[in-house]
Ligand binder design. Sequence first.
Ligand code: NAD
Length: 441
Amino acid sequence: MRITIVGTGYVGLVTGACFAEMGNKVICVDQDIAKVEKLKNGIIPIFEPGLKPMVIESFKKGVLSFTISLEDALAETDIVFIAVGTPQDEDGSADLTHVLNVANEIGQKMQQPIVVVDKSTVPVGTADKVRKTIQDVLDERKKNIEFDVVSNPEFLKEGSAIKDFMQPDRVVIGSENENTIKVLKELYRPFTINRERFIQMDIKSAEMTKYAANAFLATKISFMNEISNICERVGADVNMVRMGIGSDNRIGYKFIYPGCGYGGSCFPKDVKALGKTAEDFGYKANILNAIEKVNAKQKEVLVQKITARFGNNLTGKCFAVWGLSFKPGTDDMRAAASLVIINGLIAKGATIKAYDPKAMDEAKEHYFKNQRKITYCKNKYDALDGTEALVLITEWKEFRSPDFERISSLLNQSVIFDGRNQYDKQMLKKYNYEYYQIGVK
Ligand SMILES: NC(=O)c1ccc[n+]([C@@H]2O[C@H](COP(=O)([O-])OP(=O)(O)OC[C@H]3O[C@@H](n4cnc5c(N)ncnc54)[C@H](O)[C@@H]3O)[C@@H](O)[C@H]2O)c1
């Protein structure tokens, strides 16, 4: 099939690369000229395991191309996916400016019948707005061109996006148009060959499904963080409690790790946006509001532990930080816990030596631009040299089994603040570490 993807970020680029891999002809459109130029030259602007070789190969074969011109792309397209960002607006709602701009442009530029797919995470009712926007422009143009708008929310996870897209748990399609459903089923068939994974529903339910999924996962995280804070106060060990409850298969082990709060480009804004939607419809979403509050406080827990140990004035003290991205496997730092923790330590006078396997350029160029109190190190051990303590924020695999003797020889004092409860307390005792975890006294 001939496909256009508008928005070449984490979702758009992965979607485009995976559809191209299955033999479709894909054109990726982005308004960011620099990004498009990079992609044409084989430079992938984001880190996502396995993405680079796929993009380069399909580009060389001519089945995947990049442009800034939606008009050129639409001339050769049967299905257009909208995969642009839906950031948080000032009032907490999802900002639909990019989505509706694209809808407007589709209306301006389309010349033949087309299926428009909302892949961006958008609030209930957005497909109607997209449809109206396109229809209004077509009316202005006095053109009678058939089109349909469907919802197809994306559930991929950064860090395993290719695998998630290639072997989805489910493909949700919100549409009541049988012809459109047939086209999308055909497009996704190669990804769902070993068993039926389509869940077909009305558009509003599809839009809601994405928010409900993210809000539920965020609930699990905040719930466990709340339990961890109670554990710490009563003298229980949350690591034990986690195993104790995870073994119940109604609860399960996934997403119940205590930590320093969720971040990323999705959970924070999606939980807020769902709360705002509820409010707009006259419902106060108490659980959603609580998830966010717990999460915001959780991001401060490591700083509180550090000041409890080193005092409130950290002037002259340097801390080693392992991990900057909001989770392992990505260079994405949007709403990462590292931002709150590092800024919190710097505000108290500390300096930082940081190491992250993939996110250091992102940190230097965007999130901590001009921040002179951070030194970036070329490996995890360099970051430790002459610092007061190791602060582990992101659970990258390379941090799982470090050389504890070497760590101890590099640190001024053998102190570890572990924001992800990665290490074995008994084993660290052997090396005489002071070991601070989340949810353990
Ligand atoms: N990142 C994830 O893990 C993930 C997972 C599932 C769903 N989503 C949702 O998918 C959507 C996209 O997320 P993302 O992380 O890929 O975003 P992103 O910010 O990485 O990329 C969005 C891209 O859209 C481009 N863009 C914006 N307006 C445009 C326009 N008018 N024309 C052409 N290009 C335009 C931007 O330049 C940018 O490259 C969001 O709604 C997000 O909530 C994200």
